[in-house]
Design a protein around this ligand. Structure first.
Ligand SMILES: Cc1cc2nc3c(=O)[nH]c(=O)nc-3n(C[C@H](O)[C@H](O)[C@H](O)COP(=O)(O)OP(=O)(O)OC[C@H]3O[C@@H](n4cnc5c(N)ncnc54)[C@H](O)[C@@H]3O)c2cc1C
Length: 370
């Protein structure tokens, strides 16, 4: 019998969560650690902000999914891993022993620009922040014009701006203003055609893009750029890129350039064969991977196979990241922008395809709480 511990219950662990009864039937024990009884599906987070989805539609009741399948769920946050004693140590100092450990701890938005104690500043992860922001947009918007600032110039900033527009529009008795503080050129990593589709939609909606100077600081009600310009805001989103949690560095485990758990082709720590990982929290040694849910989803069968194989002394399988992936951005108001290889288009059909794929993923893995 082996002790399998799953740290985090995100996208990359969905097949493992599904397989808990089979793993237990093989004589092992399964413990899942998570900071919340629910896990929100980030691909639909912006749609929740924009009012397309209710929170119940985008969340997995992970605690009940684990317990109804015979596993144990430990509510808490992983602080460190002791790879020599085979222990996961939680922030509460509780220790969880493992024979094999798989880490799916996601990523966070480093918040180094906000003044301490500031309010109404919302990093785009964790996804619950978007729900709190929506409630504030509705509250402020019911009394006066609401001013919304988005710091960041990538896809997350695009999706948040489009859906903040949808949220504010639903509350538009007093009007509203939305500004994106993109730093350098907005969406500079995306193909020209995708960028021009995005600009067209944002321009049509009156969303302003401020480029040419990075954000220096944010504080309650204010964005300050490096060039000294100040902009008054009610709600500020931070969409400044994500990075893996510090758990691995704090544990002395080998990490990659971004601080993610360094793993080999088997999604296995390069130093400790009984530790695996997937999703945004890893550094895949073979080739750096974008921080997108697509890879977390593709890693599911490999993590599933490999952690059980490691428990049973069988051979591991390699992870193949695969070729290019389908990109669809939800830009709010029932519209999307789709890009795959040379094809790009925007509009309701693009959103419809994203909505179909996202709902299918939720339906496949969700087990309703009893
Ligand atoms: C606004 C936004 C929109 C996005 N839209 C898309 C999209 O449309 N398509 C796409 O492919 N990608 C999208 N992404 C990227 C996508 O969110 C990530 O790549 C994906 O969530 C990675 O999955 P994951 O399982 O690694 O992490 P997550 O899904 O974040 O799961 C990590 C889990 O670990 C838990 N956890 C965190 N810290 C700890 C801890 N210390 N101890 C225990 N548990 C912990 C969390 O609670 C969470 O349940 C989007 C990102 C953002 C920010």
């Amino acid at each position: 019998m082996g002790e399998l511990v799953l740290a985090g219950a995100g996208h990359a662990h969905m097949m493992l969560l599904e397989a808990i009864p089979d793993i237990i039937a093989k004589g092992h024990r399964v413990t899942v650690i998570g900071p919340d009884a629910h896990h929100n599906y980030s691909g639909m987070g912006p749609g929740m902000l924009g009012g397309t989805y209710r929170v119940s539609e985008i969340s997995f009741p992970v605690k009940s999914m684990v317990e109804s399948r015979g596993g144990s769920f430990v509510l808490g946050k992983v602080a460190r891993i002791d790879p020599h004693k085979h222990l996961v140590i939680l922030e509460s100092e509780k220790e969880v022993p493992y024979d094999v450990l798989s880490c799916n701890l996601g990523s966070y938005v480093p918040n180094v620009i906000a003044d301490e104690g500031s309010v109404d500043i919302y990093p785009v992860k964790p996804i619950q922040n978007l729900l709190h922001a929506l409630m504030r947009i509705q509250e402020i918007g019911s009394k006066r014009p609401v001013h919304i600032g988005i710091c960041g110039g990538g896809p997350a900033a695009l999706e948040i701006a489009g859906n903040a527009w949808a949220a504010a529009k639903g509350q538009s008795r007093f009007g509203f203003r939305i500004q994106i503080f993109a730093g350098g050129e907005f969406l500079h990593n995306l193909p020209d055609r995708v960028r021009s589709l995005a600009l067209k939609i944002l321009n049509k909606r009156g969303i302003e893009i401020v480029q040419g100077s990075y954000v220096e600081r944010v504080a309650t009600g204010r964005v300050t750029l490096q060039n000294g310009q100040e902009y008054a805001q009610d709600i500020i989103f931070l969409a400044l890129g994500v990075q893996p949690p510090k758990v691995f560095a704090d544990s002395g485990l080998p990490i990659g350039k971004d601080g993610g758990l360094a793993v080999n082709r088997y999604l296995q720590s390069i130093a400790y064969p009984e530790i695996f990982g997937g999703g945004d929290c890893i550094w895949f040694e073979t080739e750096p991977l974008d921080k997108v849910g697509v890879y977390a989803v593709r890693q599911n069968p490999v993590l599933h196979h490999n952690v059980v194989a490691q428990l049973e002394g069988r051979s591991l399988m390699q992870f193949d990241p695969g070729g290019s992936y389908l990109l669809i951005f939800n830009v709010g108001g029932g519209k999307g922008i789709l890009h795959k290889n040379g094809l790009s288009f925007g509009g309701p059909l693009a959103f419809w395809i994203k909505d179909y794929i996202d709902r299918k993923f939720i339906k496949r893995f969700k087990v309703h709480a009893s």
